[in-house]
Unconditional design. Structure first.
Length: 299
């Protein structure tokens, strides 16, 4: 359970870092590609160094359709959607978009994989959903940057589409492990490289020679490196946790994302956390506990 909480603490950190980078440096396709490419290097270099004798025999297992579907969905489509949308979305409110994840995951598993949900899981899901409403309405969080209304709405739409792709990508990840039996580090790192390569190709197509004339802030590269390292840790941890928990439970725990969003906003943006928000978070944890107890019965 602590690992799941740490996972979403890291994911919320990537949202805030992405916002900090992209509201000042409007190169979403480059950041989407560079973020995952560097993260792939961070994961693969130590792994290859440690498994020199076997890694080249393992890699051919990844030359399959499930791997390419998973990588494209999770590390290209969702990455581009997050990067483009976060330019125009307040990071605190962006973290709220992740409450869509458990519903998307449950619906996808229901319609495409025939997975049923027990009543207790449904109750836990509903409690979590209703608990998050007061946080959504809490006036203590607001916009960090002013953007035109239409761009803000487009940003939320792009971010929501990215959450859809993100949720489906992790279902594909779980499906992939029925085909290959490899370390999550190798699978995630290789997925980073493949997915980021497509983002780079799209960046080249849309920017051409101007890609060599990017004007970025002085702290851009250091922030990007930190962004990539946090990405490597969080996505690899997510992949590892899927070997123990179901995609529905891990996505349901995304209700923690707004909670950590408020925490980060309090620490870094000086926004206060109201009593209403604290009550809502306690209720959210109760819903998560109900869902988690039911999850354990089927392990």
């Amino acid at each position: 359970m602590l690992a799941v909480a740490f996972l979403y603490l890291c994911f919320t950190g990537t949202v805030f870092l992405g916002s900090l980078i992209l509201t000042q440096n409007h190169y979403p396709f480059f950041v989407a590609g560079a973020r995952f490419f560097i993260a792939g290097i961070v994961l693969l270099v130590p792994y290859i160094s440690k498994h020199k004798s076997s890694v080249w025999n393992q890699l051919p297992q990844l030359m399959c359709v499930p791997f390419f579907k998973y990588s494209f969905c999770l590390y290209t489509l969702s990455a581009i959607g997050f990067s483009w949308g976060i330019q125009y979305v307040d990071p605190v409110k962006a973290s709220f978009s992740f409450v869509l994840s458990p519903f998307i995951t449950a619906l996808l598993l229901y319609f495409f994989y025939g997975e049923k949900m027990t009543m207790k899981k449904k109750y836990g899901l509903m409690i979590g959903f209703f608990a998050i409403i007061p946080i959504l309405l809490d006036s203590n969080h607001g916009k960090v940057v002013d953007v035109p209304f239409h761009l803000s709405m487009m940003g939320y739409f792009a971010f929501s589409c990215a959450v859809l792709s993100f949720a489906y990508g992790w279902i594909l990840n779980k499906e992939l492990y029925n085909t290959v039996h490899l370390s999550s580090t190798l699978v995630t790192g290789s997925g980073f490289i493949f997915g980021s390569s497509i983002s780079f190709i799209y960046f080249f197509i849309t920017h051409g020679n101007s890609m060599f004339d990017m004007r970025v802030t002085d702290d851009f590269w250091w922030l990007l490196l930190l962004f990539a390292i946090l990405t490597a840790v969080s996505y690899n941890l997510y992949s590892s946790l899927l070997k123990r928990y179901s995609p529905t439970f891990i996505s349901f725990a995304s209700f923690l994302e707004p909670a950590f969003g408020l925490l980060y906003a309090s620490i870094f943006l000086g926004q206060s956390i109201s009593l209403l928000a604290l009550i809502a978070l306690v209720t959210l944890c109760f819903g998560l506990y109900i869902f988690y107890q039911e999850e354990l019965r089927f392990q």
